[in-house]
Design a protein around this ligand. Sequence first.
Ligand SMILES: Nc1ncnc2c1ncn2[C@@H]1O[C@H](COP(=O)(O)OP(=O)(O)OP(=O)(O)O)[C@@H](O)[C@H]1O
Ligand SMILES: [Mg+2]
Length: 599
Amino acid sequence: MKRSLNAIRLVLAMSWVIDRKRLIIGAGLLLLGSLAQPGVAIFVRDLTNATIAHESALVLTAFASGLALCITGQLMLAHLGHLWYYELGELDEIELAKRMSRAIHNDQPLDEIESAEVADKIELLRRDIASARVTLEATIGLIAVAIQLIITCFLLVTVSPWLLLLLVAAAVPVLTTSASEKPVQDARKDAAAFTRRIRNLRDASTSADRVKEIRLGHGAARVRALHGEAQLELAATMAAGYRRYYGIRLLGQLPFALALLAAIAYTAWLTFNGHSNAGQLVMVLALTTQVGGQVANALQQLNNVGLSATGLERIEELRMSAADRDEQADAAVMGARLTTGLHLDGVSYRYPGNVESSLTDITLDIPAGTSVAVVGENGAGKSTLIKLIQGLYRPSDGRITVDGRPLESFRPDDWHRASAALFQDFVHFAFRARESIGVGDIDRLDDDDAIEAAIDRAKARPVTDRIGSLDTYLGRDFHDGEELSGGQWQTIGLARSLVKDSPLVLTLDEPGHSLDPESELRMIDAYETAARDFATRTGAITFYVTHRLSSVRSADLVLVLRDGQIDAVSTHDDLIAKGGYYAELFTMQALAYADHDAE
Ligand SMILES: Nc1ncnc2c1ncn2[C@@H]1O[C@H](COP(=O)(O)OP(=O)(O)OP(=O)(O)O)[C@@H](O)[C@H]1O
Ligand SMILES: [Mg+2]
């Protein structure tokens, strides 16, 4: 109940801020319409008594007109009111979607968002937002029903105070409502994992990029079967929740149904014995039928508020935790250039839910202006290290300092603004070409010069020339746009990472893995030029993750990772001279290519 009241307060406050005129007119019309329902009972009473008393035609016409007015008012005003606040509900929904996005982006560490638990929560939130619109409607409806019930009470007392027991009985289902919601909420929570699995399997069997692999693996029937099983499990979980929900509701409504019967019988007895008149009997009959509807309506509205209250609470929780974090960051001022550089001191990192650490005790000094090549076999921890440096993950142990200040003392947003990256799993943004590049720095999205400069910096002209106009949509997922090859997408990704012209840190994680040799050489050239340029202008440190060891010679430092630890860190020449793990890898690769060339 407290949760529902909280939801009502939140939605009304939000609607008030968004569009109070709409709220006042919409709610006003609906509330006015709600007066019409008990009005019907009053006019039915008076019309009956006037008819029995053979009143004049004028009096009868007046009561009949009042009755007609109430009946039409009841229908019309509700519709008119609905027209006013319907759009407000949509606006509330948009606001909640914004809040959710803010909560997710507002410094929620990436590993938390990636965790299955939070993924489930976000899946629920997406649905909660869609149902939250109902809260506004339900809230106004609830107030309307409350007014109707108060007037109904008053009218019942005019016949006999005992009839108020009807209202007491009506409270039983109201009280059981919140108890009945719990099984459904629990079931929804339990079912979230199935929902995710279902989405994954549905994508596997229907989305174009997965169809090819599933088809070649003859996996379609198997995926369909798994999909069906997951659906059945979901249905069974939800059905169990709903069975308990309806069971509790049914039990709650039984005393009320009996009380209705008793109220009608009692009033009939009163009339039969001359303690009330025929008009009152007709009024009580009208009211009891209305009370049934009113209570059912109140229950429905309460239920709607209750269901969306949990969702609203989840959104608030997420928002609060993001706000907490926000306040923790005492905003150290980020300079326009790096002076001393980055220092990692005993940094370890373990992914949530993993037993083993992916990085252990990384201690490293990287002077400002250094270009670092990061190498190591698959799973060595290269991408994890990049995400720690980007501030997307927080070290489980140890700390990272920037120019001597702990990374977490800066506002995360400031550090993200100072960082540029091409991730290993970079996104194919299916936007216009200029936007797909421009989102690398949203402030420059409409800055043609900045986009052109990024294209030049990334040496991406061959790709953008082929696309033609920068206004062309990329990809076919959402628009009838220009589909790109894997390497072309990667080149666009590189341009995106180079939109910022003064980053303090640039990280490219395997930027060449989809490129043909010629494009790769062009990309390496682009990286080296950008790295030098950024180093001169801002003292930027650049990281370049690669398996192609021949491309790391020009780096100032080569960082060799092995099983989540630093194997060595030095210049390429020094590492070769020392003859360790890196020299072995390098020689092995050189030999492999030489053999290949010789064949
Ligand atoms: N999101 C994740 N959740 C849990 N564990 C992860 C996650 N991402 C990576 N790992 C684990 O962390 C370890 C390091 O992964 P990482 O992606 O950093 O390796 P990498 O050096 O970049 O490898 P690659 O050359 O294949 O890109 C791996 O053992 C991997 O299993
Ligand atoms: Mg990687």
